[in-house]
Design a protein around this ligand. Structure first.
Ligand code: 6PG
Length: 475
């Protein structure tokens, strides 16, 4: 076999197959391999595709320095594949992981590959099956030299937004997979908000799926426009042959593969509050215990009651609440990214570039990102999107309706953890003088954990407190 291929694609599931075709359509010669026999052969005859039968042939088919991309399930399979490849690779070759890997695994694998002189790139790739084929959003991390060599290929296959590639390198090690993890945290939270809005429309307003579909379709023409709103409108409008809405044939138990949880754990590790991202994971977990929900509903009674006010007004308010919550979700996600940039030394990571890469191709693409990109572009040092002027204007506009929705939810018993927690978070963020002085006092009272006095910040002091029980309340 002649060494004629520009890149290898290892793992020919739906994502690997489609990325290989995307690369081939941009003029690259792609050697395709899967350890499941027969998968590569199914692509025989496709332009610029070279089906490979054995790992040895794969190495021989590649031009040097070699580039081998893996699209295998995240976890042990990635390590196994790397270990299988390393003995046959040479210094200067590059291995690329395009799966949903944990960024700490990517950091470890980068070091492992580097110990053999091999460069390792971790790419977060979003956009599902169609994105992989026609243009995904690509979030890259790894050695800069490897990106300088291979970045043009990934720029070529990425989605375009206003002519620009939705692809960027964010720093060494796990930077790309970290950005993808935060993408997924935002994805979970945005999906949860949409589901909560749908729940209010269905349970609070008694709307049919078709009514809700029309509402979401209408929102697609305004500031809420996004891929997830677009597909929600399409999903709600879909009917079974007998006319029953397809969405109503689906069991209300949400699954997850774990990346939303990773984003929440990362936020806690970075010391940044991202409560709405965590609420979205928790809401999926609550959804998963359907039997317990059924038992509780029959034991305690069902909470949700129909809306008892102006229906049209509530619908307008729901749009405002949705936009407010979406802003809060992005603000939380970007704050975590900004903290990670400092912690991991990803100095090149610009929040405006993250917004740009998310503007097209990915699951969370949304009109809001146009504002965020422009805002961060105008103020590159700003890491708090709540301070971007256009966001301040929008939040001020949507705030009253958002509050009315959360208040109605509490009164009528409509579950809305994401809509409510995002508002609570926002209120906390705009409270310059919080109640945490009492937390500090309690810590110092029971554990001598010390406090800082308002007149001497930075200096830890232990205060004198009455003994617990002295006032007759301590037990
Ligand atoms: C994407 C998605 C994708 C993710 C799915 C499923 O950007 O294309 O984030 O990578 O795997 O959305 O995630 P869950 O199964 O955890 O919902």
């Amino acid at each position: 076999m002649s060494a004629s291929a520009d890149i290898a694609m290892i793992g020919l599931g739906v994502m690997g197959r489609n990325l290989a075709r995307n690369m081939a359509s941009r003029g690259r010669r792609v050697a395709v391999f899967d350890r499941a026999p027969g998968l590569a052969a199914q692509m025989a005859g496709e332009t610029q595709i070279v089906p490979i039968g054995t790992p040895g042939e794969l190495i021989a088919a590649l031009k040097r320095p070699r580039a081998l991309m893996m699209m295998v399930p995240a976890g042990a399979a990635v390590d196994e594949q790397i270990e299988a490849l390393l003995p046959d690779l040479e210094a200067g070759d590059a291995v690329i992981d395009g799966g949903n890997s944990h960024f700490r695994d990517t950091i470890r694998r980068t070091e492992r590959a580097a110990s053999r002189g091999v460069e390792f790139l971790g790419l977060g790739i979003s956009g599902g099956e169609s994105g992989a084929r026609h243009g995904p959003s690509i979030m890259a991390g790894g050695p800069k030299a490897a990106w300088d060599r291979l970045g043009s290929l990934f720029n070529a296959i990425a989605a375009r937004h206003n002519g620009e590639a939705c692809c960027a390198w964010f720093g060494g090690g796990g930077a790309g997979h970290f950005i993808k993890t935060m993408h997924n945290g935002i994805e979970y939270a945005d999906m949860q908000v949409i589901a909560e809005v749908y729940g209010v429309l269905r349970e609070g307003l008694g709307q049919s799926a078709a009514d809700a579909a029309r509402l979401f379709a209408g929102w697609q023409t305004g500031p809420l426009a996004s891929y997830l709103v677009e597909i929600t409108a399409a999903i709600l409008a879909t009917q079974e042959p007998g006319g029953r809405p397809t969405v109503e044939t689906i069991l209300d138990r949400a699954a997850q593969k774990g990346t939303g949880q990773w984003a929440s754990v990362a936020s806690l590790e970075m010391g940044i509050a991202a409560p709405t991202l965590a609420e979205a994971v928790a809401a999926r977990l609550v959804s998963a215990v359907k039997t317990e929900r059924e038992r509780t509903a029959s034991g305690l009674g069902r909470a949700a009651r129909p809306h008892d006010g102006d229906k049209a007004a509530l619908i307008g308010d729901l749009a405002d609440a949705f936009l407010g919550a979406r802003i809060a979700i992005y603000a939380q996600g970007f704050a975590v990214i900004a903290a990670a940039r400092g912690l991991f030394g990803w100095q090149e990571l610009a929040l405006a570039d993250v917004a740009r890469v998310w503007q097209g191709g990915c699951i969370i693409r949304a009109r809001l990102l146009d504002d965020l990109r422009a805002g961060f572009g105008a103020a590159p040092a700003e890491s708090n999107l709540l301070l971007l002027p256009t966001i301040v204007t929008t939040l001020t506009r949507v705030e009253p309706g958002w509050r009315r929705v959360v208040a109605a939810g509490a009164l009528q018993g409509w579950p809305m953890p994401a809509l409510a927690s995002s508002l609570a978070w926002l209120d906390g963020m705009r409270t310059a003088r919080s109640a945490a002085n009492l937390i500090q006092a309690q810590r110092d009272f029971f554990g001598a954990h010390t406090v800082e006095r308002v007149d001497a910040p930075g200096k830890s002091v232990h205060l004198q407190w009455p003994q617990s029980g002295e006032n007759g309340a301590g037990g």
